[in-house]
Design a binder for this molecule. Structure first.
Ligand SMILES: Nc1ncnc2c1ncn2[C@@H]1O[C@H](COP(=O)(O)OP(=O)(O)OP(=O)(O)O)[C@@H](O)[C@H]1O
Ligand SMILES: [Mg+2]
Length: 316
């Protein structure tokens, strides 16, 4: 028996959201925001929190500073039922932060990556990996050291005998350096969205991008927003339409919630098509409430939303 179903390995930061701002900031001036929220940010944290809500035993390996924002990260993860005993606290960098200036439907973001850019292969202890049945790595371009050492990290994880999933997420530098020919053979489930897949393969259609990774990939599931997802295996390609939500609150974190549903089903031994269906459903449920975790307050709340908005039974 392993201690954890899933070990999430990725970035951790807080989001500082400023709303109802009186105009745009200018150097040398000061303006008011009428609303402010400080919350747990980062896509890997949304994944971990929602997978825990869905019933998986989840632990997290990520780097934070020994500071008060680090305390916010720890208590928020803990509140959501994620184990924090494997978090790495450092003295030489502060916890990462994204300052988000919200203007109607648009946002201006400034990110200080801080501690999360320092985590590398030397920080990841094999015994922690061995305590989990599955490892999910996310946001590879956001974490400078992890990105540089990604192949070694993936090799280390596979040498511990666990299954591995990966969501690359966006590359802020837009260089999209990802050695898919060497990395993907070691990844059991690859989970990019369509833009990310086309960017890392330098192709202009999803079809061409899938062809490019096919010789190297095991299972791939491509997220396609309101068009659902595409499962690619040795047996072929299976497109699955989204369960459309006509009243989207926002789609922040839909991809992470898709991953949380898919991987929770995967570690509980469901077949790939069922995993994809559950991913589509949890991605859709994500859009019924604000932010990436708003619809995932409890497993019961998720099951009720499945029923109420989509007429579906979520059996996990
Ligand atoms: N408006 C929507 N209605 C229903 N389902 C949706 C909607 N938007 C997304 N989904 C579901 O959620 C899944 C993941 O969303 P999306 O394709 O936006 O991922 P992503 O681009 O990785 O998102 P993220 O920005 O969270 O990383 C989709 O494959 C789809 O099944
Ligand atoms: Mg995504």
């Amino acid at each position: 028996m392993k201690k954890f179903d899933i070990l999430a390995l990725g970035e951790l930061n807080v989001d500082l959201l400023l709303n109802r701002i009186a105009g745009f900031p200018e150097v040398g001036k000061e303006i008011f925001a009428k609303d402010m929220t400080l919350t747990l940010g980062s896509s890997t944290a949304i994944f971990a929190a929602n997978a825990a809500t869905l019933g998986s035993a989840v632990s997290f390996v990520g780097m934070i500073g020994r500071d008060s924002f680090g305390d916010v990260v720890k208590s928020s993860l803990q509140q959501r039922g994620v184990d924090i005993s494997n978090l790495i606290e450092v003295d030489n960098a502060a916890t990462g932060l994204t300052a988000i200036l919200n203007y109607d439907n648009d946002r201006a973001n400034v990110t200080y990556p801080g501690a999360m850019s320092l985590m590398g292969v030397r920080d990841i202890k094999p015994e922690i990996i061995r305590a989990a049945r599955h490892v999910h790595v996310s946001s590879v371009f956001l974490q400078e050291t992890l990105h540089r050492e990604l192949l070694e990290i993936v090799q280390l994880i596979k040498s511990c005998g666990t299954t591995l999933s990966m969501d690359v997420q966006f590359d802020p530098a837009e260089t999209w350096e990802f050695d898919y020919a060497r990395i993907l053979p070691l990844v059991d489930v690859f989970m990019p969205n369509e833009q990310e897949l086309m960017a890392i393969t330098r192709k202009s259609t999803v079809d061409e991008a899938v062809e490019a990774i096919l010789p190297y990939a095991n299972v791939t599931v491509v997220k396609m927003g309101t068009r659902g997802s595409l499962l690619v295996t040795n047996a072929g390609r299976l497109p699955m339409p989204a369960m459309l939500n006509p009243n989207v609150v926002d789609a922040i974190g839909a991809g992470d919630s898709f991953d949380a549903g898919f991987i929770s089903a995967y570690v509980s031994g469901k077949d790939l098509e069922t995993c994809q269906w559950i991913g589509n459903l949890t991605g859709a449920i994500n859009t019924t409430a604000a932010g990436g975790t708003g619809a995932f307050a409890s497993k019961q709340a998720v099951q009720e939303a499945a029923e109420k908005y989509f007429g579906q039974k979520l059996a996990l």
